[in-house]
Write a protein that binds this ligand. Structure first.
Ligand SMILES: Cc1cc2nc3c(=O)[nH]c(=O)nc-3n(C[C@H](O)[C@H](O)[C@H](O)COP(=O)(O)OP(=O)(O)OC[C@H]3O[C@@H](n4cnc5c(N)ncnc54)[C@H](O)[C@@H]3O)c2cc1C
Length: 388
């Protein structure tokens, strides 16, 4: 009998498992490894099969800003303890547009938390980042230290390494059903095992509703996202030296600078959430999406947007797409709450930006199911499940 089984070994679940195993024995982390071959894979997928996720303190919502700061402050310790580097301090540049208060709100929340921010006008953006083409009325918000990108794969490896060292059991399997019993909770797995625990934390991201793992309806809105990646050869790389992560307030585009991928190549990535994104409800919808090459229209439009912003990319000859899914809650923040009091809790809903703050969302989930006090700047009520 485990004290706590964390279901889902993604960004939030692995963080929760690490924090829980710091304070108690009897922790299990249950979830599958990344599939070796997406096309032949028969189980669930995840939103962390990548090498780049933006991280920064500045955010228009102070709750996201403070959880990011608390997470980022722990990155160095986690890297040192695990021996797994995952954070690159490339910085962040938000590009605003007239009439949008996105950068003002982001800056205000960032300054409140001591973020290293500078405002730039169009001339300042061009001087500092000469590879960018921005209109004369553009403005920018730059965050220097404590911003950049993380490798989600490596971060999960770091969290898992430390959790395992602290005594957590890692179980590479999928949850199929969860039941409350007289003495605790039972979890049936795809491999035919039944695991028992005093409490269960469900952290299965975009797959939570489709797998039916929460005993109460979460009503997550799950969308498929297409990202477009350009392979960056040395000649283009030379022009992009010092490129930060980029956010574009007008379109919602997010752009990661060239990052080395497992095939040894460097890729620059762009994604933009659009209203035409696939609405993924069932397990078949989700698995079908992850096996697809995404939206052809997105590929065309994102490539056009990117090459207008960074003309050097017109020289890139190799472009490809990847697919991912985002899970939105009704509150814009994750739900971290008990679905069945004292037995089954959830920590789900990255709202498209859950990676940067994942260590702190995991910390909060560990406080909840580990019996610690809340003791956090985000009030507990803001992360509660919808009223039933
Ligand atoms: C294209 C794209 C770009 C993004 N960019 C950014 C970014 O730049 N910055 C940022 O902060 N965020 C970004 N995000 C969001 C971020 O990746 C997610 O918010 C984050 O991964 C959510 O973490 P999670 O733990 O909830 O879910 P996940 O990371 O998806 O983890 C869920 C885990 O649960 C497991 N699981 C699912 N079903 C089961 C089951 N039945 N049994 C056991 N395990 C199961 C999965 O295998 C997975 O490991 C992006 C997302 C996408 C799609």
């Amino acid at each position: 009998m485990h004290r706590v089984i964390v279901i889902g070994r993604g960004l939030i679940g692995s963080a929760a498992g690490r924090h829980l195993s710091e304070r108690m024995d009897g922790i299990a982390l249950l979830g599958p490894d990344e599939p070796a071959d997406r096309q032949t894979h028969t189980g669930v997928f995840a939103s962390h099969y990548d090498e780049g996720r933006m991280t920064r303190i500045v955010d228009p919502d102070p709750a996201w800003a403070v959880t990011a700061r608390r997470s980022i402050e722990r990155y160095a310790d986690l890297e040192a303890r695990s021996g797994v580097p995952f954070f690159t301090n490339a910085g962040y540049l938000g590009i605003g547009e007239p009439g949008s208060d996105y950068l003002d709100r982001s800056e205000a929340a960032g300054r409140e938390l001591g973020a290293d921010v500078t405002r730039l006008d169009a001339a300042g953006i061009r001087q500092r980042f000469p590879f960018l083409t921005v209109p004369d009325d553009a403005d920018g918000l730059h965050e220097g230290s404590r911003a950049g990108h993380i490798s989600p794969r490596a971060m999960i490896r770091a969290q898992t390494t430390v959790a395992r060292r602290q005594g957590a059991e890692i179980i590479a399997d999928e949850a199929k059903a969860i039941r409350v019993t007289a003495s605790g909770v039972e979890v049936d797995t795809a491999n035919g095992a039944t695991l028992r625990a005093e409490r269960v934390l469900v952290a299965t991201g975009a797959f939570t509703d489709a797998c039916g793992l929460s005993p109460v309806a979460l009503d997550l809105r799950v969308f498929g996202r297409t990202v477009v990646l350009a392979r960056i050869e040395d000649d283009v790389m030379a022009e992009l030296e010092g490129m930060p992560t980029l956010g574009h307030a007008g379109t919602g585009a997010y752009i990661l600078p060239p990052i080395r991928y497992p095939d040894g190549q460097r890729y620059l990535k762009i994604g933009i959430g659009t209203t035409a994104d696939a609405d993924l409800r069932s397990l078949a919808d989700l698995t079908g999406w992850f096996k697809s090459s995404g939206s052809a229209a997105n590929r065309r439009d994102f490539q056009a947007f990117l090459t207008a912003l960074i003309p050097a990319l017109q020289r890139c000859r190799d472009w490809h797409t990847d697919t991912c899914a985002v899970a939105w809650t009704g509150t814009g923040l994750p739900y971290i709450d008990y679905a069945v009091d004292g037995r089954i809790a959830v920590a789900v809903g990255g709202n498209g930006k859950g990676a940067k703050s994942s260590d702190d969302w995991g910390w909060l989930a560990a406080q909840l199911v580990g019996g610690g006090g809340w003791d956090h700047p985000v009030p507990r009520d803001r992360l509660r499940l919808p009223k039933r």
